[in-house]
Design a protein around this ligand. Structure first.
Ligand SMILES: [Zn+2]
Length: 485
């Protein structure tokens, strides 16, 4: 018993990720890839339904995006690859086989840098990225439309034939946390490249994990494939569960069964799949020629890649932002673009960073919209921050101006509604800006030459005009005298 308690287990984890490549149409036909708001089976044709006599034609955009995705993972692009038919019969695959590159991939031998649990940098090798077509989606529905306890099954083939890239890692991952860092790093790079929208809620990124344990007494547990994880949290929990489950079997001296298990997210457990593995026969796809990629195509794909998120992070830290704050800003490309547009429009990067991380991200998350779509443009935010910077506007008032801008008000109306136009604070700022903009007039006043007060009236007039008459003359005069004093 004593030596058993001393047993230690090192998880050995490899991850397979399916991502949907970003293209207008499906992989082998011209059906539109985006069916988000459409009825089932409205994006289908003889090719993606696999009807006899139909011929697949490879979509060039799929090749380009697969190369770009592979290059963001530091893969090399293979000059010649083939497609195969992976045979199995299931209702989600009417033609009886799936077209896939399988282990003759378009991209191979890449890596991604993550951190181990002690925070040290480590590389996870990417074995390959290969192309394949997606299959239909089964829906089990009861007579009254519920999913539970289903009495009927329907198939929606809108998803059938969407372009998938399967990305297979080497078993270099040692914990659930590392696994999540690997998949989030990968997602971020592919998203910034624009090679996929990797929207997890829309099923554009799905995970399987191969988990086994190495025991400190020299034993190796068998490998278990865990399927059906559709979120980072599910991936993390499934791996934690498997490591625990396999650890307790090995600790009892048992043997881990080599099998495929299914992650049940609602129950938080993995269960053995009782269905038999399909016999999967591969033959070369006779209807598709070998895929040949030229060096020029690879160079073009490489040149088309934008700045990667890790490079952005370094640049933002160069602006003076903390690494943690910069990491929040680089997560989504649209947020990074917003932040940079704000800085380009003259905003102080630290202040802009704070506002984007709090106010802008609040709107993005609450309304579930892209930062590109929010009602306050980065330029408007930059103008607002300039007012805060000048000392004329308190942060509290600025936030209510921001909210008014969100409601679609013009900048001036937003200032008015928030009370930023007629408060003492704003009159003071107005006076300060008028003083700053008219150094010659101010010099005359200060030298005592303006005995009749004409110059002061001139500046008050400017303030009246600037505020479109919303400030009172005596308030403006008082504020001006304060600033000049
Ligand atoms: Zn089609």
């Amino acid at each position: 018993m004593h030596h058993k308690e001393k047993l230690e287990f090192t998880p050995v984890i490899g991850i397979e990720i399916h991502i949907q490549l970003k293209t207008r149409s499906k992989i082998f036909c011209s059906c539109a890839a985006d069916y988000t708001n459409d009825e089932p089976n409205t994006h289908i044709c003889p090719v993606c339904m696999g009807l006899p006599g139909s011929l697949p034609a490879l979509n060039g955009e799929v090749i380009r995006q697969a190369m770009r995705a592979g290059l963001t993972l530091h893969c090399r692009i293979l000059p010649t690859t083939f497609f195969f038919r992976k045979s199995y019969y299931y209702p989600d695959l009417p033609k009886g086989f799936q077209i896939t590159q399988s282990d003759l991939p378009i991209a191979a031998d890449g890596w991604l840098e993550i951190h181990d649990d002690a925070g040290r940098p480590k590389r996870v090798r990417v074995n390959r990225l290969h192309l394949e077509e997606d299959v239909g989606k089964l829906r089990h529905v009861t007579a009254d439309g519920r999913i539970e306890g289903a009495s009927s099954s329907f198939v929606d083939y809108n998803r059938s034939g969407l372009p998938l890239a399967e990305i297979v890692s080497e078993p270099d991952i040692s914990s659930a946390r590392e696994a999540v860092e690997y998949v989030t790093t990968l997602r971020r790079r592919v998203l910034h490249a624009g090679a996929s929208d990797v929207d997890l809620e829309k099923g554009m990124m799905r995970f399987d994990a191969n988990v086994s344990l190495k025991c400190s007494d020299g034993r190796w547990g068998n490998r278990v494939e865990v399927k059906n994880m559709n979120s980072f949290r599910a991936l993390e929990r499934a791996i934690e569960y498997e490591v625990k489950r396999q650890g307790s079997i090995l600790a009892e001296g048992g043997e881990v069964m080599r099998e495929t298990r299914h992650w049940n997210d609602a129950r938080g457990v993995t269960t053995g799949l009782r269905v038999k593995e399909f016999y999967r026969k591969f033959i070369v796809e006779p209807d598709l020629p070998p895929l040949v990629i030229t060096k020029e195509q690879v160079d073009e794909a490489l040149a088309s890649l934008p700045e990667m998120p890790e490079e952005k992070l370094v640049r933002y830290v160069g602006f003076g932002l903390s690494e943690g704050d910069a990491a929040v800003l680089i997560e989504e490309p649209a947020v990074a673009r917003y932040f940079e547009a704000c800085v380009t429009a003259g905003a102080n990067p630290l202040r802009a960073g704070n506002w984007v991380r709090t106010e802008v991200l609040r709107v993005v998350n609450d309304a579930k919209v892209s930062a590109d779509m929010i009602a306050v443009s980065p330029e408007a935010l930059a103008s607002l921050l300039a007012k805060v910077e000048d000392g004329g506007l308190s942060t509290t008032l600025a936030k209510s101006v921001f909210d008014a801008l969100l409601d679609g008000l013009s900048f001036e109306d937003a200032l008015k509604r928030s009370g930023a136009s007629d408060g003492a604070v704003d009159v003071h700022a107005l006076a300060a800006s008028v003083v700053a903009a008219n150094p010659d007039v101010v010099a005359e006043i200060r030298s005592g030459k303006d005995t009749k007060g004409k110059k002061v009236k001139f500046l008050v007039g400017l303030m009246m005009r600037e505020s479109k008459g919303s400030v009172k003359v005596d308030e403006a005069t008082a504020a001006l005298e304060k600033v000049l004093a």
